[in-house]
Design a protein. Structure first.
Lengths: 144, 144, 144, 144
């Protein structure tokens, strides 16, 4: 039988001067911003369910935790390739993995994962991810 | 007769590592953030009309233009003293001046001014600043 | 005779979630970051003299003043088109104009200009822009 | 026998408007910036070995990984109390824990830990933390 996994999507992000810190490379917290920027881009473009649509449906996503490893650094002039992949769903939470590469060298810069919780905008409480949303995320790749 | 001017208020802001750019000093756009942070602090603390109260009243402030001069730079470990002063009112707009000092050296780091426009949250259009708000800003200092 | 002007170059910048503030649009100081990001991109790509080359030559550019007008706002999901144009040179200073457009609507979001000063890295003092650098910037467009 | 632990130090950080995102609370990556700002403050003020002194000694600290949990959110007008504590040393690495509280409510906003690696500035390689530096960090509290 085929082994199936959630699809990996990719977003290109240019390093901006305001991302650079005193060490002459992208500031450590900005890699999380690159991860989030990629998720937003991919929500609309790849899963066909943009953040704006979530908000219209009365939902919001908030971060519950983040784990990030720093392997190398991006510098000014570099372009980041940010790959993300749904890892699992659990009640109100989705776990997403990410990998940030240097576009030119193809080397891994940073990786990690984060859990996001679906919130009902009305009462600001976590809410079980509805099946119609789960279905949207079931974009599979076949690695058989 | 006394010469009267709008009061000058002062806010202390510590330089954070994420404010520092590749030149090892505070990134050029962050001085505007320091200005805005000082205005927010002073709105509630000095004029007794916080941003939250503006929003409850159905108003918002948006920047219309900003002009900033860079004289010296702040570095990590420095503390900024951000002074602001209302310069004038005109319809929906207020003009505010600012001066950013290095707390330790007392030297002028940056100065400038910005115009902010009062917006009616319902229609997102500029709205004449009401007299009761103007009255709140009439905190005068007597330099006679 | 032909009317000549300095060339206008264009850089595309995607709006990231960390650029958005409590007003649900790009934070007011970030438009200056977009301007600077465009200048860096265009220095290497259009004038063939990147910031890294300036630093190798013993120079650095620092901002002396910035003037920015806010006309409309960019939101999450928007793409900025940032156009910049050299306006004039004066001793150690170059004045550059900028215009930020919404890529989709083609509407003007923000415009303004800034003066940058060439610094000698050794003594950190302003230094007259050498002719070989001025020549690099003489990328003209013929609007005759 | 006494139970000894590394000291917990505390730094106060005001929330700035540029920290707030579209959800009207401090942007998720900024809590890591608050953690780092607290470490810098405490390095000089509490351990008597500032970042500047590290650099003069030919060292730098870089982040190797970060783990952060989000419990509640800080809003504009809030003040963060950022507590950090050395957890352990291992070769070139130090592990530090952090807890971010809302100063007014005393509620826990976020916690986590990060590993930082000591780098030799000359070769940019990890370097075993020297004993004289370890000694500086041996600021203990006695919880017996």
């Amino acid at each position: 039988m085929d082994k199936k996994e959630y699809a990996i999507f990719s977003t290109e992000i240019i390093v901006r001067p305001d991302d650079i810190d005193m060490n002459n490379h992208v500031h450590f917290s900005r890699y999380l911003d690159y991860f989030l920027a990629a998720r937003y881009d991919q929500m609309g473009r790849c899963y066909k369910l943009s953040m704006e649509e979530f908000i219209e449906m009365g939902y919001n996503w908030v971060a519950s935790n983040m784990n990030i490893n720093y392997k190398r650094a991006l510098k000014l002039g570099d372009v980041a390739i940010v790959k993300t992949q749904i890892s699992s769903f659990n009640g109100a939470q989705v776990k997403a993995n990410f990998w940030i590469y240097n576009k030119e060298t193809n080397k891994l810069i940073s990786d990690g994962y984060g859990n996001f919780t679906l919130i009902n905008i009305k009462n600001l409480r976590p809410t079980r991810i509805p099946q119609e949303i789960l279905d949207k995320y079931l974009v599979l790749e076949n690695f058989a």
